[in-house]
Design a protein around this ligand. Structure first.
Ligand code: SF4
Length: 216
């Protein structure tokens, strides 16, 4: 596998973090409150799938696991694009083994808009970078991307989905993604552990799950 959206975001925070994910994942320690936040984010994402009415979900798990079968998901997505399905959730794309699954892909007159769902009251810079990566993979996969949105969690629990347009900022990251994705691909395959001095990146923008390992 090449680089996923999560790999890219983690590798851009710290290359060693991505290298450890690939070679020594057992060293990671996920604090319980972070795990709770991730689980709550998944629940919010599941609810958001229906925000435009009927949809088709592309998720396929590898038998007996909770891991996505990325190839099967990408094939299912291609089939639904061919069929003209209006709303595709967890739409999966693979470009030279680099992978992303888009929370909500919505057909328009000209092509597709996509929506990244975040269980957060506001749009953070990381979310726009996340969308920048998705825009890169979709564009390289010959999807005509129109507008890009981050869906945040508003105060009205009956209708909590707030749509924020980040098209200009996310599309502006195309070159930045292209400049880094291939270096990260190469780095993650390095058999020798990457050496990175501990520093600000250990807590910014997220506290690193290898903090204890690197700071011991
Ligand atoms: S603790 Fe710091 S140096 Fe170690 S992998 Fe995480 S971010 Fe990188």
């Amino acid at each position: 596998m090449g680089i996923t959206k999560t790999d890219f975001m983690r590798g851009m925070q710290c290359q060693k973090m991505l290298w450890l994910d690939k070679h020594k994942p057992r060293l990671k320690v996920i604090p319980p409150e972070v795990q709770e936040r991730l689980d709550a984010g998944n629940d919010f994402g599941d609810r958001a799938m229906g925000m435009f009415g009927d949809y088709k979900e592309m998720t396929i798990l590898r038998p007996g696991t909770n891991y996505p079968d990325t190839k099967a998901m990408a094939e299912r997505t291609t089939e639904h694009i061919r069929l003209g399905t209006p709303v595709i959730c967890e739409a999966a794309f693979i470009y030279y083994n680099n992978y992303c699954a888009v929370d909500i892909l919505r057909k328009t007159e000209e092509g597709y808009d996509f929506y990244e769902v975040k269980n957060s009251p506001e749009v953070h810079e990381q979310y726009i970078k996340d969308c920048g990566f998705q825009n890169y993979i979709l564009s390289r996969s010959k999807i005509d991307v129109g507008n890009i949105f981050v869906v945040t969690h508003g105060e009205d629990e009956d209708n909590p989905f707030v749509i924020n347009d980040v098209t200009t900022e996310a599309k502006g990251l195309y070159k930045w993604v292209n400049d880094n994705i291939w270096n990260l691909n190469k780095m993650q395959k390095n058999p020798e552990e990457i050496q990175v001095e501990v520093g600000e990146q250990c807590c910014n923008p997220y506290e690193c799950w290898y903090y204890g390992y690197c700071h011991k």
